[in-house]
Design a protein around this ligand. Structure first.
Ligand code: NOJ
Length: 601
């Protein structure tokens, strides 16, 4: 979640009321070492798997329903592992599947050590980890540390009285001007990212609590050491079950300025306050986002996760960050100093949300992560469950498949790890609800019609052209879009020129060509504002070049790489394109892609 035009999701928070607290079994698992991967426990391959990884995000509710209730589940994911293996992924990032009242569809957690019965059981989870491991696929969990559900036993205790030992696990503050009969005003002007004041009055204990997201997601107090210990224990419990790491949700929101000073209201060029989709002033977030304390927490969590690498638990446990940040300098900090590492892979939202096909901007942002994050590994992405899909943000309505091929080339053939969202590989489209009464995501209900919520990018995975797209035998929790009749796995598996086939091909190149596995990125033809070209070069193997036309007109590029004679061997190209004979004459159709190996002199 981030305050840019394209990604801002603000709305009135809706109090959904009687959310049920799911049973908390809390049984401690017997330690299960993760399945061995082919590279072997002690090899560099096993240790460094995350440096050239392909990470696939699954929204469990929407991927595959196995028990006919219209909601996806863990056994459904297990049933589709062979598809994912063929696609070539290394890891699945599972968005939260812990017990939850589901106000924010799992990001409101009421038991961090269990699985929501809607998605299955701990035994189903263990089977998913084991079956994925057999296919050399790792499982990454979502770790939501900024807030819990208001139905979590910690918060139920916390709100029960001011003297309760859990009171200080959350952010309770007095209102301004409170009297015996009046609750006064909230402590300051801070806002929830989901709309309106971030402070919720609690009549029973006569204080406000802080929530960066929904009212039902009270923020935990990271100044309390007990909160740190609780999360380390939660992390341990999942590592013992064999998970390969975590994606840390909303980490930049962990701390708030203790002064509780108001945030500045942003103004337009005429000096008028900027107003968001819900009628609230837009604040500069200086007191609530990306405060320095987050670094010490991540150093602590990283040291904790690193301590799990052992003979019994081989392989690096990888920490991924949801890091919406304003620039590469802030992103660089998220890797931590060399002696106190933080994230292995903080998400690069700079590249992801350029949201226009602008070659100069893409080149600049890709150069940033090549030159300004030290020896660290970039984590590139273009999509996730909080934003309109790639097609909606980058498509032109005419060349959508070609544009998605072009972006996939950037994603998988640049240096670093690549993350994508279920359905991107077939070109799934964002299909927002057309009527307010159909909206499921609370921000879309309160923000209607300016903000339709995130349902549109969370529709069921499109497996085939049948009525429910092969997702479920029952009515799916969100409707299957009409586009599923053409855009589906079954149809695209039969077509060698499909987007799915392209994804399989670029991922194969990423994983098998040494220069793509390890080589540095060097931009070529850097004045060209229509075609993005780059070279990947690894000592001891031939360099490779990629040229991507980001316009609807044919283009010819003339590249030169000193020391090489310009002869090329094609590795991959847009369906139907001609083979260039030399680097000096690469012809590209509209949004065409060329990938070639440069032959030695
Ligand atoms: C970011 C998650 O990606 C989003 O889906 C969620 O609503 C917020 N964090 C709150 O947890």
């Amino acid at each position: 979640m981030h305050k840019t035009k394209a990604t801002l999701r603000v709305a009135l928070a809706v109090f959904l009321g009687a959310a049920t607290l799911t049973a908390t079994a809390g049984a401690q698992p017997a330690p299960v070492p993760p399945a061995r991967h082919p590279a072997g426990a002690s090899s560099a391959g096993e240790r460094d798997w995350w440096k050239n990884a392909v990470i696939y995000e699954i929204y469990p509710r929407s991927f595959q329903d196995s028990n006919g209730d219209g909601i996806g589940d863990l056994n459904g994911i297990t049933a589709r592992l062979d598809y994912l293996k063929k696609l070539g992924i290394d890891a699945i990032w599972l968005t939260p599947c812990y017990p939850s009242p589901q106000v924010d569809f799992g990001y409101d957690i009421s038991d961090y050590k269990n699985i929501d019965p809607k998605y299955g059981t701990l035994a189903d989870f263990d089977r998913l980890v084991a079956e994925a491991g057999k296919r050399h696929i790792r499982i990454l969990m979502d770790m939501v540390m900024n807030h819990s559900s208001d139905q979590h036993p910690w918060f139920l205790q916390s709100r029960s009285s001011r003297a309760n030992p859990y009171r200080d696990w959350y952010m309770w503050r007095d209102g301004k001007g409170e009297t015996a009969t009046d609750k006064g005003a909230p402590p300051n002007n801070w806002e929830s990212l989901f709309g309106h004041s971030a402070w919720q009055w609690d009549a029973a204990t006569r204080q406000y609590y802080y929530h960066r997201f929904y009212i039902q997601q009270p923020d935990l107090n990271w100044n309390n050491p007990k909160v740190h210990d609780a999360f380390k224990e939660i992390i341990s419990s999942w590592l013992k079950r064999g998970v390969a790491g975590f994606r840390f949700d909303a980490v930049t929101a962990l701390y708030e300025d203790p002064s509780l000073a108001d945030e500045e209201i942003l103004k337009d060029k005429d000096g008028k306050p900027l107003i968001n989709a819900y009628g609230d002033p837009v604040l500069n977030d200086s007191k609530t986002d990306n405060l320095p304390g987050v670094h010490a927490v991540m150093q602590e969590m990283r040291a904790h996760a690193d301590s799990f690498s052992s003979a019994a638990f081989p392989g690096t446990r990888v920490l991924i960050g949801e890091t919406y940040l304003p620039n590469v300098a802030e992103l660089a900090k998220m890797y931590g100093p060399p002696n106190k590492p933080e994230f292995h892979l903080p998400m690069d939202t700079q590249v992801a949300f350029i949201n226009k096909l602008n070659v100069a901007a893409l080149r600049a942002k890709l150069n940033d992560v090549e030159t300004k994050i030290g020896d660290n590994t970039p984590l590139l992405l273009f999509d996730n469950h909080d934003n309109p899909r790639v097609q909606a943000r980058y498509g032109d309505g005419v060349h959508d498949t070609d544009i998605q091929r072009a972006l996939a080339a950037v994603l998988f053939l640049s240096r670093g790890s690549a993350q994508f969202y279920y359905g991107d590989e077939i070109g799934m489209m964002t299909t927002p609800p057309t009527r307010k009464e159909d909206v499921k995501d609370p921000i879309g209900i309160t923000g209607w019609p300016n903000e339709k919520g995130r349902d549109g990018e969370r529709t069921p995975m499109q497996w085939d052209a049948s009525a429910n797209a092969g997702f479920s035998k029952a009515k799916p929790w969100l409707p299957v879009p009409p586009s599923a009749s053409a855009i589906n796995v079954a149809a695209e598996s039969r077509d060698p020129d499909s987007l799915l086939a392209w994804y399989e091909n670029v991922i194969r190149l990423k994983k098998t060509i040494p220069a793509f596995e390890r080589g540095r990125n060097t931009m070529l033809d850097t004045k060209n504002d229509k075609v993005l070209s780059w070279m990947r070069k690894d000592p001891g193997s031939p360099p490779v070049v990629v040229a991507v036309n980001f316009t609807a007109d044919p283009q010819t590029v003339r590249l030169s790489v000193p020391g090489f004679n310009g002869k090329l061997k094609t590795l991959l190209k847009t369906p139907g394109a001609a083979d260039p004979s030399t680097l000096e004459q690469i012809q590209l159709g509209p949004f065409g892609v060329y990938v070639g190996k440069i032959l030695q002199r």
